[in-house]
Design a protein around this ligand. Structure first.
Ligand code: IMP
Ligand code: MG
Length: 173
């Protein structure tokens, strides 16, 4: 169980997703977007966000991992790459949270090498204090303090992803 306090309610998340989708739809008007979700953490945010986009959208995913329990290992492992053609596309990378920035930076560089027409990054949460690599974030939901959070796709050891809100994770003692 989570004994930590809730950080963002379902309603706050829904409002933020609508706000982000509106900004993205406006910025990309008249263009098609290749939305790439970073699994697993982004799956819920990704699904809600792309549903709210008023744009033609194609979808793909990447599977990356860098975390062990509550600490980043500093290495990014890719388990699945986009099968969609990235070259010439307007790519929107969608992730749950940016922490050290190591994984998003790695993924970004890798996609840029495939020559998309443009590449932008949308993340729901930003733990800025922990940043090691500077990554340009174009669309941000919430800035958060340096605490480990779970819910709405985010996990601790693959649990709590199904919570409909975001909470600070505290181990029960
Ligand atoms: P980074 O490479 O350090 O920026 O790590 C980013 C990834 O680590 C995110 O996409 C998450 O999957 C995971 N992560 C970072 N902070 C948290 C957290 O507080 N809760 C759950 N997962 C996290
Ligand atoms: Mg992730």
């Amino acid at each position: 169980m989570i004994t930590g306090r809730p950080l963002f309610t379902t309603e706050q998340i829904n409002d933020k997703v609508a706000e982000l989708a509106q900004a993205i739809s406006r910025d990309y008007a008249g263009r098609e977007v290749l939305a790439i979700g970073i699994l697993k953490g982004a799956f819920m945010f990704f699904a809600d966000l792309i549903r709210a986009l008023k744009l033609p959208v194609t979808v793909d995913f990447m599977v990356a991992s860098s975390y062990f329990k509550t600490a980043s290992t500093g290495n990014t492992t890719l388990h699945y790459e986009p099968r969609e053609n990235v070259k010439g596309m307007h790519v929107l990378l969608i992730d749950d949270i940016i922490d050290t920035g190591v994984s998003l930076n790695y993924i970004r560089e890798m996609l840029l090498a495939r020559e998309p027409s443009s590449l932008k990054i949308c993340v729901l949460l930003d733990k800025k204090e922990r940043r090691l690599v500077d990554v340009p974030v174009d669309y941000l939901g919430f800035k958060i303090p340096n605490e480990f959070v779970v819910g709405y796709g985010l996990d601790y050891e693959n649990r709590y992803r199904n919570l409909p809100y975001i909470a600070v994770f505290k181990k029960e003692t």
